[in-house]
Design a protein around this ligand. Structure first.
Ligand code: HMG
Ligand code: MG
Length: 303
């Protein structure tokens, strides 16, 4: 047991990464209820929406209203995705505790996702991070396609650390490494963490797995062995990236909690509350969400 961290922090990304890929529009009122239910669970951070161009992600075009109307629990950091200064300014008006900037280790995915080359992205993010830090906000830098890219295939860890180095130079507080299309298996996690952790302290690193092939829990177990103690996940396994074909939802918060609590690792999060929030958003989407622990726990309650 000593090999695992004692405490793990979860960032709930369902209201952002989850909903951004759902075709059925969820009303702002229902998003607000969903986020408030999540906040009651003891989560440390909720990424509540995204201040990207509304044409690119129509589901989240109500980010401003949602940000203004959610309840603010004092122990929760409310963050949002911001691609540029315009997004940051809108996010600051709506009220954020944290800004998440994002880019990709793959040139093609970066271009398709944010319409810029990797080298064109850094000056934009440099200004965003500087302004966000001046406003005293926490800033996370997401790096997408750290294992595989839907357009370029396998990504060399050297490309990943080149982007991480630049993001840290820009001034981000920490980095979330994304398995955007959910293709990685544990040896890839091992390979990347060997490189990443020889360069940065583990406190700076968050892992963000999509569960397209059902490997996310195995990958998290692998990362826990390296002492990684921060993960992103979404209630019920909602989600995906609209600019990464075939990408399924994030690993389900419900499944991650079942694993962590089963390993005796503390999270400060009540599984039952996550269950309630998941049940709520599932009823609004009108389709079963992929989390197996969610389904099993819901059946136990019924039976
Ligand atoms: P662009 O078209 O290159 O933008 O898009 P632009 O700077 O040339 O501006 C064009 C117009 O958009 C202008 O308006 C701007 O004002 C407006 P006009 O003058 O023509 O009337 N504009 C904006 N409006 C509202 N909010 C803004 C904004 N910015 C410019 N923030 C842009 C560039 C980055 C905006 C666009 O490509 C975009 O919004 N991309 C977002 C794509 C996205 O959200 N992808 C999913 C999230 S990433 C993800 O899911 C991965 C992650 O989960 C990690 C993982 O899994 O790996 C994080
Ligand atoms: Mg994602």
């Amino acid at each position: 047991m000593a090999r695992f961290p004692e405490f793990v922090q979860i960032k709930e990304v369902g209201p952002r990464d989850g909903l951004q890929n759902e075709e059925k529009r969820v009303s702002s009122t229902d998003k607000i209820t969903f986020i408030d239910l999540l906040s009651e669970s003891g989560l440390q951070e909720v990424e509540y929406s995204s201040f990207v161009h509304p044409k690119w992600v129509p589901q989240l075009s109500d980010a401003h209203e949602v940000g203004q109307k959610i309840k603010r629990f004092p122990n929760v950091r409310y963050s949002a995705l911001v691609p540029n200064i315009k997004g940051l300014e809108l996010a600051l008006e709506a009220g954020i505790d944290g800004a998440s900037v994002f880019m990709s280790a793959s040139e093609t995915h970066n271009k398709k996702n944010i319409n810029k080359s990797i080298s064109e992205t850094f000056p934009v993010l440099f200004k965003v991070v500087r302004e966000a830090k001046q406003a005293k906000k926490h800033v996370t830098g997401y790096v997408s396609t750290v294992f595989d890219c839907p357009y370029e295939g396998r990504i060399n860890p050297d490309k990943v650390v080149a982007v991480c180095d630049k993001l840290l130079e820009c001034g981000v507080d920490d980095i979330s490494l994304g398995d955007t299309i959910g293709t990685a298996v544990p040896p890839q996690v091992e390979n990347l963490l060997n490189v990443v952790l020889s360069r940065y302290p583990k406190e700076k690193i968050i892992l963000h797995f999509h569960d397209t092939r059902g490997m996310a829990i195995a990958n998290i177990l692998q990362a826990l062995e390296y002492g990684i103690f921060r993960f992103d996940s979404s209630a019920g396994g909602l989600g995906g990236c609209p600019y990464a074909p075939g990408a399924a939802g994030n690993v389900a918060t419900n499944d991650v909690l079942y694993l962590l609590h089963g390993l005796g690792i503390k999270t400060g999060i009540h599984e039952q509350k996550i269950q309630e929030a998941t049940g709520f958003i599932q009823s609004k989407l009108g389709k079963p969400l992929p989390s197996k622990s969610f389904a099993a726990m819901a059946n136990e309650l019924l039976g």
